[in-house]
Design a protein around this ligand. Sequence first.
Ligand code: APR
Ligand code: PHB
Length: 400
Amino acid sequence: MPQTSMRTRVAIIGAGPAGLLLGHLLHRAGIDTVILEDCSRDHVEARIRAGVLEQGTVDLLDEAGVGERMRRQGLVHHGIDLLFDGRRHRIDLSGLTGGRAITVYGQHEVVRDLICARLAACAPQYFEAGDVRLHGIDGQSPSVSFTHAGQAHVLHCDFIAGCDGSHGVSRHAIPPSALQVFERTYPFAWLGILAKAPPAANELIYASHARGFALFSMRSPEITRLYLQCHPDEDLAAWPDDRVWEELHARLETGDGWHLNEGLVLQKGVTPMRSQVTEPMQYGRLFLAGDAAHIVPPTGAKGMNLAVADVRNLAHALAVHYRDQRDDLLAGYSAACLGRVWRAEHFSWWMTSLLHRFDDYTPFMARLQHAELEYVCSSGAAARSLAENYVGLPFAPLAG
Ligand code: APR
Ligand code: PHB
């Protein structure tokens, strides 16, 4: 097949939050990019993922001029509840963090806002790009080949940003000997539903229950989001809606008269639980960001927020490269990200361990878990530690 040849400064693989936000920040810095995404636009705009934005994420989206709909439709929450022993305990996120808060706004809404901004800027993005391959990442002239609408293309660039999530191709372009991968899998997953039902509470509820973890969340005043701990290979056919509701009522209600609102189940799926970090997040002219570089279990709602923190660093390092012909920030990109990554990895692992039933749930483990839950809900210091991690630690100042 004959190839057409094109050129950009930064080729971005993946149109998730990481790739789209990087494209947006670079556009604002006057740096050309092309985004290549293997799925359709409809698919990425409808894909249901997490929906909790840290304060820093909200502020960054606002400053970047893509926060208008989020400000209008996002739900600002000042606390969360931990439910155990049949009682709810509120963690006052804002009171414990000097007024910081989280905003509940679906990840796919962020993706929609960023795609709109990119279209408005007439910046190139190819959806349904096939056979994406990276070339020459260890030299001075990298390129990406792909097919689109039956045509083969080669995109020459200065740098490649691998923002193609946990199943992407970018990470695999790096020689395995150049990487260290740290990981942990968990012996459970989350069965999640999206229901057309008004949320019955104003804040999220994380429940530790003898039958397993459950989470009450929401997307809007009309839509409730709910999760149940389940087996990693859970067969959804074994979970008709009635069974899901029965289990949610059992794990989330306490007999005090509060009830979940039921409604039409709009979506049902299983989310696997994994912790993984790839070090370093760079090889030659390829820079990894977001899920392509690290994965967290969803318990602390850190996935998208970490992706945003990465691209904030990467966009700045690239801007300094083009503005000042300085490469020290690009060289320090991985180190600049990994401190925050490991803090979030620890927090997500800790919250997961605090709230789930594990296979080795011995009476000893049960007592330890209970002691930790009691401590978090009775000690100001422990509650503050949860709160400052949950709302997100402030971003480090950008160097240079
Ligand atoms: N070529 C092009 N695009 C690809 C390829 C490929 N070979 N493989 C994957 N992609 C696309 C995916 O279709 C997806 O749209 O890359 C994008 C990666 O986006 P995300 O998975 O959303 O990852 P990221 O942008 O890093 O955002 C992190 O997403 O997975 C959630 O919970 C996670 O909230 C976190 C956030
Ligand atoms: C969600 O609303 O999807 C959600 C909320 C909190 C989490 C994870 C997911 O910790």
